[in-house]
Design a protein around this ligand. Structure first.
Ligand code: DSN
Length: 426
């Protein structure tokens, strides 16, 4: 209990919001009590610049062991040669890899933002876009949502990117890693998969692992499908050398190049409470039950997509292969994604507005609404519960001008949601 009453009230209100609502933002999740305890532990007091066995401060007998456990578990989980568990989140993880491999002005190829790519893959407003030259690939058409690999190859042959990125924050279909690898190898690009959204699905063996298909590096966050604390992670092939010595830019040297660019290249002291929580979450993900969870996320997403389509929601690519669903709200019901977000938030169903491929509306008020199943699957919802979720979404959209109807839907959602305790309440 916080002594500051104002802040305690906000904390309690947020707990209630999370308990009484259903979290449908595809990049969010509910962590275990152990992950929460690790985050709130005394490791938050400690400075640990450097890496295990090579720190710049004393008092590291416990931090070194924690970070080593986190590294070993991450490597085991993803089958990588190396793991750096220090990035504060996904954006710093991506920047560290760019810094490790590129020189200013070098070319990087990534998915178009409005086709599902991520801001840190070269959106003009980001620092990376000011340093490097980003070129694009996108989807062939909105109906199938399939990436245009022929166009990707053509652009890659012309632009000769130094890094080819496979990754997204709004793409509901599978990526063909072998096709990426063939194109990347043809032009001599380093292959980087940003698996932030699907790390838990890869760890839980529900989706293929890019490292098994010729990729060299994977960057990730730890708080989405992986269900850990908010944080970042870099996994790579190669052999770690002395981080004090700048090595040649080769695939084999990636671990050293990356370690140097995380610290001291782009970050100072690691957040050791967070690294403890990552170690806890990686341990949870190594348990066989996590594979059941990962597969259930996909089953729920497919079922929810079907239930939504039955009710007139038009989905980008008409379905999903992963944990996320992108609805074209403009085409479905003539309202934009932001209005949808506000209506659904009002009844305790939280998702987010999102641009869709070839969107005719502006980014702040796009046509799309993005949702997903990682968090509700953690709470224990299964396929048979997806009809309820889709039904409440439809009712809310149809009742958008009736406060009393929206109140009733909110109450029904709360009664339903309270059947499924948060993991930290168990
Ligand atoms: N903000 C994350 C998401 O919601 O997809 C990506 O960084």
């Amino acid at each position: 209990m916080l002594q500051d009453k104002t802040l305690q009230k906000l904390l309690s209100d947020e707990e209630t919001r999370q308990r009484e609502g259903l979290e449908l933002v595809p990049s969010e999740n509910y962590v275990s009590r152990d992950v929460l305890e690790a985050l709130g532990s005394v490791f938050t007091n400690k400075y640990s610049e450097g890496y295990p066995g090579r720190r710049y401060y004393g008092g590291q007998e416990n931090t070194d062991q924690v970070e080593t456990i986190a590294i070993d578990r991450a490597k085991k989980l993803f089958g990588s040669d190396h793991a750096n568990v220090q990035p504060h989140s996904g954006a710093p993880a991506n920047i560290a890899v760019y810094q490790a491999w590129l020189n200013p002005g070098d070319t990087v190829m990534a998915m178009r933002l409005d086709h599902g790519g991520h801001l840190t893959h070269g959106a003009p407003v980001t620092a990376s876009a000011k340093l490097y030259n980003f070129v694009r690939y996108g989807v062939k058409d909105v109906e199938t949502g399939e990436i245009d690999y022929d166009e990707m190859r053509e652009v890659a042959l012309k632009e000769k990117p130094k890094i080819l990125i496979a990754g997204f924050s709004g793409y509901p279909r599978s990526l063909d890693y072998s096709k990426f690898a063939a194109i990347g190898n043809e032009v001599g690009a380093m292959l980087m998969a940003d698996i932030a959204h699907i790390a838990g699905l890869i760890a839980g063996k529900a989706l293929p692992n890019p490292l098994d298909h010729g990729f060299h590096v994977m960057t990730s966050t730890t708080h989405k499908t992986l269900r850990g604390p908010r944080g970042g992670l870099i996994l790579s092939k190669g052999i770690a050398g002395n981080p004090l010595k700048a090595p040649e830019k080769t695939i084999e040297n990636l671990p050293t190049l990356i370690d140097r660019e995380v610290f001291p290249g782009t970050q100072g002291g690691p957040h050791m409470n967070n690294i403890l929580a990552k170690a806890v979450a990686f341990g949870e993900a190594l348990d066989p039950s996590f594979q059941v969870y990962a597969n259930q996320i996909l089953k729920n997403a497919k079922q929810l997509a079907d239930e939504l389509m039955k009710r007139g929601f038009k989905l980008v690519s008409n379905g999903t292969d992963n944990h996320l669903i992108m609805i074209d709200m403009h085409r479905s019901f003539g309202i934009d994604g932001r209005v949808t977000q506000e209506i659904l938030d009002r009844v305790g169903l939280t998702g987010n507005c999102n641009a869709i491929p070839n969107d005719t509306l502006p980014p702040f008020r796009p046509s799309g609404f993005r949702l997903g199943t990682p968090a509700i699957t953690t709470r224990g919802l299964v396929e048979s519960d997806m009809a309820f979720v889709a039904e409440q979404m439809q009712k809310a959209v149809n009742s958008k001008d009736s406060e009393s109807q929206l109140d009733k839907i909110k109450a029904d959602v709360a009664v339903f949601a309270l059947q499924f305790p948060l993991p930290s309440d168990k």
